[in-house]
Design a protein around this ligand. Structure first.
Ligand SMILES: [Fe+2]
Ligand SMILES: [Fe+2]
Length: 281
């Protein structure tokens, strides 16, 4: 890795499965792009597997396919990898210690940090937030506070599968679980944003929504990175960001960062709702 610059790509929501070839076409295109462009590191920001967090075969398949990229990767779990803290029609399995352990065994640590190019990079397991007082959640909060402090004022880019909010940071938790599962709960968000503001967090980059959105608010740049696999909702559904597939190409240096959202022009925009309708769901 060059010491004064870092080219990092965020890929998210790969939704790969051993059982069928959905989305593998796009992932192979991402690999070809990466082998040409040679980024230094890949952040795989959750939802590696298609659907079922307990499908060992899908985890093994995703691990092997991601490994073909031949570039160092850091992984974060999504709701489809280890279950969720909000149960809805989109995910009926709850996050638990066994599922976290499986993720760690197959993909590696579910939270991590490293420093490069004058920046600190921190990945958190968003599925632990609001998990009903789990030991894992308490451990992560302690670790996060310590880790942000160790950056000693250097700029920090924070990665999390779920975005912090939908409309604005002060919003209440939605009553509808299928909306509520879209982002962090209000209490965890407030705690995380207090830490972020106190430690020079400059970037918060998420996946999960399969929508592309980039904006700044009060000194922090928020990214909703697209899925490499598919868009989810029908065109008539409420969307906050662009219905596009792709990934984010970041370049970090001592004086700041640049980004491009790439891939919408050469990946297939697989439409999840079309396949569901076609299957009679
Ligand atoms: Fe996803
Ligand atoms: Fe997700």
């Amino acid at each position: 890795m060059a010491t004064n610059s870092l080219r990092l790509i965020q890929v998210a929501d790969l939704h790969l499965s051993a059982g069928h070839e959905h989305h593998l076409d796009n992932w192979r295109k991402v690999i070809a792009w990466a082998q040409r462009e040679k980024p230094d590191i890949v952040v795989v920001n959750g939802d590696l597997v298609m659907n079922d967090p307990d499908c060992e075969a899908d985890h093994a398949f995703a691990r092997a396919e991601i490994g073909r990229i031949g570039i160092p990767c850091r992984f974060l779990p999504g709701n489809h990898d280890i279950g969720d803290n909000v149960l809805s029609g989109k995910m009926a399995q709850r996050m638990n210690a066994e599922r976290v352990e499986r993720f760690r065994r197959i993909h590696g640590e579910d939270r991590w940090r490293f420093a490069a190019a004058g920046w600190h990079f921190v990945g958190v397991n968003s599925q632990l937030f609001d998990s009903g007082g789990s030991v894992l959640e308490a451990e992560q909060w302690d670790w996060l506070q310590r880790t942000l402090g160790e950056a000693a004022g250097k700029p920090i880019a924070l990665f999390t599968h779920k975005p912090l909010f939908l409309d604005h940071p002060g919003e209440h938790d939605a009553d509808d679980p299928s909306v509520r599962q879209s982002c962090l709960d209000r209490a965890s968000r407030e705690r995380l944003m207090t830490l972020a503001r106190g430690h020079n967090v400059r970037i918060i980059s998420a996946g999960h929504k399969h929508q592309t959105r980039t904006f700044s608010l009060d000194g922090i740049y928020y990214f909703w990175g697209p899925s490499t696999a598919c868009v989810n909702g029908a065109p008539s559904a409420l969307h906050w960001g662009a219905r596009e597939v792709g990934f984010i190409d970041f370049r970090f240096g001592p004086h700041g960062f640049e980004h491009r959202v790439v891939g919408a022009d050469f990946l297939f925009r697989h439409e999840n709702y079309v396949r569901k309708l076609n299957a009679g769901e």
